[in-house]
Design a binder for this molecule. Structure first.
Ligand SMILES: C[S@@+](CC[C@H](N)C(=O)[O-])C[C@H]1O[C@@H](n2cnc3c(N)ncnc32)[C@H](O)[C@@H]1O
Length: 189
């Protein structure tokens, strides 16, 4: 049975993000996937806002475009079929929020997954683009080998962020079996 508030790292992420994003903001979805987060962000920024989304899978971009079109929100999004490690090549404005939902596309090949090296590059670029008081969320899935490596490398980097620059919070389910997902939220000072 589902609990009411503490089910998933992605729900926690949305909860935080909804507190910082305002109408007309520009925000980034660093891993578009099935487009659920992109849609959520499009709703938050409204008609005057912009969601810039990245995914290496053409299928993810196509599916998400369709999802947004059906809801008449495609004009709020710019979806880019490239890796988030190229963030700065495509985004030249500051943003109020960035969502990373790491791992692989549920139901698709587990081989096409985020990797610690490129994720780290993207996080660093994203932190440069983030507004003061802006928020970055990172949902990490250590239940598969690449995800376990990613968790270790990311936490090493995130733990060392100067507390004068940002507050970095790690949330994890401590009574769940099989390496449950965790969420890191970063608020820039
Ligand atoms: C867990 S899914 C994202 C779920 C999505 N946010 C949603 O709401 O449905 C992870 C996605 O990251 C994508 N991905 C993997 N490596 C990437 C990279 N370097 N840059 C951008 N996306 C990447 C995968 O193709 C996959 O679609």
């Amino acid at each position: 049975m589902q609990a009411k508030y503490l089910n998933k790292a992605t729900d926690l992420a949305k909860n935080f993000i909804s507190r910082v994003v305002s109408k007309d903001d520009t925000v980034i979805d660093a891993t578009v996937g099935n487009g659920n987060d992109t849609l959520f962000l499009c709703e938050l920024v409204g008609e005057g806002g912009r969601v810039i989304g990245f995914d290496i899978q053409d299928e993810a971009i196509t599916k998400t475009k369709k999802k947004l079109m059906e809801r008449n929100m495609l004009s709020r999004a710019k979806l880019i079929n490239t890796g988030h490690e190229n963030l700065k090549e495509y985004v030249n404005t500051s943003v109020s929020a960035i969502m990373f939902n790491l791992g692989y596309l549920p139901g698709n090949s587990h081989k096409i997954t985020t990797k610690s090296h490129t994720t780290l590059t993207a996080i660093k670029q994203g932190l440069d683009l983030l507004d003061k008081k802006g928020l970055m969320t990172i949902a990490i899935y250590p239940g598969h080998p690449e995800g376990a490596k990613e968790k270790e490398r990311l936490l090493e980097f995130l733990t060392a962020i100067d507390q004068k620059e940002a507050n970095v919070l790690k949330m994890e389910f401590i009574n769940q079996i099989n390496n449950p997902p965790l969420l890191v939220a970063i608020e820039k000072k």
